[in-house]
Design a protein around this ligand. Structure first.
Ligand code: UD1
Ligand code: CA
Length: 451
């Protein structure tokens, strides 16, 4: 039986934001959610201590089975953990975490819990080149942990210690309750320090297991926007490393962003400055060229997304090419061996196999068959200012350049539409339809002269 206690009641003044600190995002996921996700596989219950912005914190994290604990006044980290006491089982191991330390890994926490098993208490520390501001880990001549001293309370010698308290610890419920009850605000800040339980445990002959975290970034706290951006880059690099180890080719991991989940087949290549959002699925041998944004989409085998294209909530078939400069809006499905070319916008439409919309078109609320060729500059006029209507283009049709299809309208199978036509009625199969004035020349016409 393990329990997580996540401290998230602080204000986060240095963020200079109206959003709660723990709701700022890394990889488009809130800091708090990262901590919840890291601890979830290891615990039976999660208690989150909230205070500032408590309503928005709860709402944003609402679909989780979380026990929300209010800390009305923020009287220190020890006081924060005290609020969770009624929810703690004596025999459980309590994992104490900070809502603003988002990059902590499940494996690290698992080891920390394991280390707490013999004595009932383990601490996660880290060596820092510059330990300023952190609580220092004080050890005796046998290297056993004695206490944690905060920056403001440290002596000249203690300040030189470079091993610091990450704040993350694992402790048996019974011990935690006992030492929390003994806390007093005897320190520079007049707060109830959680860290004081260390000295109390040592006095009680508890042998505190120490675990020095190898990675500095894993335990970094986020207090301002600089640290937030650092955490984002660390997170993205970690993710890129993981994806590359699974076989994804990333041209430059420093210019790669995945804000969600990415599945992919063999031999996919992601060029620079591609942003993935939400859940994306790439088939085999998919090439994404520079500067694309791909959100909640599925892209088939051997597809090529050319530079500067945006694809959202859509399905792209295999061997199909999109872009450059294409925008595929939600609820679009494009078949196999098809082509969407430059400056083409497609919205809520289906386009079957072997069809082409190569240049400068708007296709909205449309159903386009296979082997269709849509010429340059064709517009489906789907909106009368109030309602939206459907356009259907059947298999094998050819739509001449710069035509407008005023919906609702159907173009028949193998039909041809002459360039520059405005089509307002259904057109028959197999025939040429055009709607434009015959070309005429006015003889003896003169350009007006300037008066
Ligand atoms: C704390 C530790 C310090 C450690 C550092 C690591 C103590 C006394 N000190 O210091 O040893 O090196 O973290 O970052 O524990 N919080 C509440 N309620 C409160 C006070 C704080 O929920 O009443 C939350 C904050 O929102 C924050 C976390 O606890 O997420 C840490 O609090 P903070 O005041 O930042 O502690 P530090 O001074 O950084
Ligand atoms: Ca802090």
């Amino acid at each position: 039986m393990n329990t997580a206690i996540i401290l998230a009641a602080g204000q986060g003044t240095r963020m200079n934001s109206r959003t709660a600190k723990v709701l700022h995002k890394v990889g488009n996921k809130s800091l708090l959610q990262h901590v919840i996700d890291a601890s979830k596989p290891l615990v039976n219950s999660i208690n989150v201590i909230i205070g500032h912005h408590s309503e928005s914190v709860k709402q944003t994290t609402s679909n989780e089975a979380i026990n929300w604990v209010n800390q009305k006044e923020q009287l220190g980290t020890g006081h924060a953990v005290q609020q969770a006491i009624p929810h703690i089982n004596d025999n459980s191991i309590c994992l104490i975490l900070y809502g603003d330390v988002p990059l902590i890994k499940t494996e690290t926490l698992e080891k920390l819990i394991h280390k707490a098993k013999p004595s009932g208490f383990s601490l996660l520390s880290v060596e820092l080149e510059n330990p300023f501001g952190y609580g220092r880990i004080i050890r005796d001549s046998n290297n056993a942990i004695q206490s944690i001293i905060e920056q403001m309370d440290a002596s000249k010698d203690q300040i030189k210690v470079t091993e610091i308290n990450t704040g993350i610890m694992a402790i048996q419920g019974l011990l935690l309750k006992k030492y929390l009850a003994e806390l007093e605000p005897n320190n520079f800040q007049g707060e109830l320090y959680l860290t004081d339980i260390v000295e109390k445990a040592v006095k009680d002959n508890v042998n505190i297991a120490s675990f020095i975290c190898e990675s500095v970034t894993e335990v970094m706290g986020i207090n301002d926007k600089n640290q937030l951006s650092q955490a984002e880059r660390v997170y993205q690099q970690d993710q890129a490393n993981d994806l590359m180890s699974k076989g994804l080719t990333i041209m430059d991991p420093k210019r790669f962003d995945c804000r969600g989940k990415l599945n992919f087949g063999n031999d996919c290549v992601i060029d620079v400055n591609v942003v993935f959002e939400g859940d994306n699925d790439l088939g085999k041998n998919v090439l994404i060229s520079p500067n694309c944004i791909i959100k909640d989409s599925k892209i088939g085998d051997h597809a090529h997304i050319l530079p500067n294209s945006i694809i959202e909530n859509s399905i792209i078939g295999s061997n199909t090419s999109i872009g450059p400069f294409a925008r595929i809006r939600p609820d679009t499905e494009i078949g196999n061996h098809s082509k969407i070319g430059n400056f083409v916008e497609v919205k809520k439409s289906s386009i079957q196999n072997n069809s082409k919309v190569s240049h400068l078109s708007y296709i909205g609320d449309s159903k386009i068959g296979s082997d269709v060729n849509v010429g340059a500059g064709v517009i489906t006029c789907n909106y009368d200012g109030v309602n939206k209507f459907q356009t259907e283009i059947k298999d094998g049709a050819f739509i001449g350049s710069n035509s407008q299809l005023v919906a609702p309208v159907t173009v028949g199978e193998n039909a041809t539409i002459g360039a520059g036509s405005t089509i307002t009625q259904n057109t028959p199969d197999d025939q040429l339809t055009l709607s434009r004035n015959k070309q005429s020349t006015i003889s003896k016409w003169k350009r007006p002269l300037k008066k």
